[in-house]
Design a protein around this ligand. Sequence first.
Ligand SMILES: Cc1cc2nc3c(=O)[nH]c(=O)nc-3n(C[C@H](O)[C@H](O)[C@H](O)COP(=O)(O)O)c2cc1C
Length: 187
Amino acid sequence: MRDPYLLAVITASVRADRIGPKVTRWFLRHLDRHTDATVDHIDLADLDLPGDLSGGGDAERFTRRVEQADAFVVVTPEYNHGYPGPLKTAIDTPYEQWRAKPLGFVSYGGVSGGLRAVEQLRTVFAELHVPTMRTSVLIPNVHDAFDDRGELRAPAPVEAALTELVRQLNWWARALSGARTDRPYDC
Ligand SMILES: Cc1cc2nc3c(=O)[nH]c(=O)nc-3n(C[C@H](O)[C@H](O)[C@H](O)COP(=O)(O)O)c2cc1C
């Protein structure tokens, strides 16, 4: 039996003139074919998360959405070989609500496709007891990657990675959801 689970997809770029929403829209369109998860799309540009971590309404609402999710996908660009500052604020806003839930990456940028941002994020999420998926979806040269319909010009390798990533998330999300129900994660 395939239990549905709640997948939070987080758009990390808040930059004016960002390409991030186009990448997220592409991911969400293709996600449907590989999972029956319910999606909660969280666009960080819609939230006022204070960098001093002083909380507030959006911080509480974001924390609740992280708490309700069973799994996550972060859609992130690479900035100066790292990931965007507002994403770090978002990660640091909740705490135990992230724990024991799988997380995957869709990244984009220049030639590296955002790989360096992803590898940094793995170490950050390890500290939060979040297992990150082995397969990432990397989109290099993102400004030339999409056609007028918002589809990839060279879909084969990227869509294959998407299929693998979502299969991994499906497995981990269901396994850990059951495990958290059987025994709360208190390590
Ligand atoms: C401040 C800044 C730094 C960047 N540094 C990198 C980088 O290190 N590696 C890379 O591949 N692309 C880099 N880029 C290019 C971005 O990946 C590209 O502009 C992308 O569109 C950013 O995502 P966004 O439009 O959703 O914000 C950088 C862009 C900005 C604005």
